[in-house]
Design a protein around this ligand. Structure first.
Ligand code: AMP
Ligand code: GLY
Length: 417
């Protein structure tokens, strides 16, 4: 089987790595890929890959933007089985307002919310006053994981609403806002493989660290690290999330004639009242993917192909080993990351046992690998338990440096539960 993976980050590096472990995979091409992925196999422009589609037996689409833009529909229309939802289904991530409508009609537990356009600013500000105290303001459209303001300050929430609606904070993505009550409790990412039926098969749960700073301080990022398994996410918790959230959502999508194929990512908060959905994403989480893929005991490529062709039947199994990833970021991330710094120590880190260094934002310059984005590397390690995997991931991370490198020091330090 020849597989096309679309994307260029740590998630796609992990996907290519996982797919290449399959005995049924002859080759993986990543479009456009990155220097780390190029160490595994060929990378090419998406346009070039699209011009030679007949060589691919499966396409796996990593990021949300091409899914929202209809790449899965395009590839399917051209005869390629695709692991990734249609544009109609990807609206779950492309529009938070629509996602909230689907949650309401599926009766999925979620935060109380209101949706407002720029013309409704007075109503939006009035709605804030009705919330109990932790205010959450979100862009309706895509904002690379950064369009969410969570604050205890009503004044800050009001300023946020005005900035978003005026298009000053996130352009058009923010001209419609979703305002919701703040929830509290441990967060959980439950990713579910879907084959167009209304059941879905959950993967091993993971937990992401969204804030830039230790102790969950500072602004939200795309994710600064992750671990799996998550002690608090027992089999009973996973069953409850499948029964009360994921399956009703898939059934509601089916009533809209939407057949969901790919991975559905449920972002949840385990509140004192039970799990509540914060958001759906229509793709693997990044960096959750980097800790889930190395834990597959069964064949990732077989599962992706089965989901793409509408019949998930091979049991999905995970190793007992734990996995931890620590993201190394550029100075200035998430506001204004500096790029172009030479990265040292990659070979030494990669040489450690049970360590995989996934490239997220890197480029080559002559003989060097240099930083080329905010999140640069996802330094990942396996171990017999979370503590051992964590120690090994930080041991590897300590070997890597560039001017201004930053990372959290508390990833997986206190696994929830
Ligand atoms: P989202 O992009 O919707 O996943 O939001 C990003 C992050 O903002 C989440 O991972 C949470 O940490 C936080 N967040 C979002 N919605 C809420 C909420 N209703 N209550 C508390 N925190 C939230
Ligand atoms: N790690 C969060 C996300 O991928 O959306």
């Amino acid at each position: 089987m020849q597989v096309l993976v679309v994307g260029s980050g740590g998630r796609e590096h992990a996907l290519a790595w996982g797919l290449l472990r399959s005995p049924v995979v002859d080759g993986v091409v990543v479009a456009p890929g990155n220097p780390g992925i190029a160490g595994l196999g060929p990378c090419m422009d998406l346009d070039d890959a699209m011009a030679s589609l007949d060589v691919f037996d499966l396409a796996v689409i990593g990021p949300e933007a091409p899914l929202v833009d209809g790449l899965a529909d395009d590839l399917r229309a051209r005869g390629v089985p695709v692991f990734g939802p249609s544009a109609a289904a990807a609206r779950l991530e492309g529009s938070k307002a629509w996602m909230k409508e689907i949650l309401a009609s599926a009766e999925v537990p979620t935060a109380r919310h209101g949706t407002f356009t720029a013309a409704e600013e007075p109503a939006a500000l009035a709605y804030l006053e009705t919330l109990p105290g932790l205010y959450v303001v979100k862009t309706d459209g895509l904002a690379a994981g950064k369009g969410v303001l969570v604050t205890e300050s009503l004044a800050e929430a009001r300023d946020g609403v005005r900035e978003y609606l005026a298009g000053r904070a996130f352009g058009d993505a923010g001209r419609t806002v979703v305002i919701e009550e703040g929830l509290t409790g441990p967060e959980l990412s439950l990713l579910v493989f879907c084959d167009g039926s209304t059941t879905g098969v959950p993967l091993a749960p993971a937990q992401d660290f969204k804030r830039i700073g230790d102790g969950d301080s500072g602004p939200n990022t795309g994710g600064m690290g992750a671990y799996s398994p998550v002690p608090v996410a027992t089999a009973a918790v996973v069953d409850e999330i499948m029964d009360r959230a994921v399956q009703p959502t898939l059934a509601t999508l089916a009533r809209h004639d939407i057949d969901y194929r790919g991975v559905l990512y449920a972002g949840l908060m385990l509140t004192p009242q039970g799990p509540k959905v914060i958001e759906y994403n229509v793709r693997f989480g990044d960096p959750e993917c980097e800790v889930i893929v190395p834990r597959f005991a069964s064949d990732l490529a077989v599962h992706c192909a089965e989901a793409a062709t509408g019949r998930l039947e091979t049991p999905i199994e995970f190793r007992d080993d734990a996995c931890v990833t620590v993201v190394l970021a550029s100075e200035g991330y998430p506001v204004e990351p500096r790029t172009g710094d030479v990265i040292d120590g990659l070979d030494a880190a990669t040489a450690l046992d049970d360590v995989i260094v996934f490239h997220a934002g890197t480029a080559t310059r002559g003989e060097d690998i240099v930083t080329a984005g905010g999140r640069v590397l996802a330094v990942t390690a396996l171990g017999p338990d979370v503590a051992a995997a964590r120690a090994r991931a930080y041991e590897a991370a300590d070997l890597i440096s560039w001017p201004g490198v930053s990372r959290r020091t508390d990833i997986a330090a206190a696994p929830t539960g």
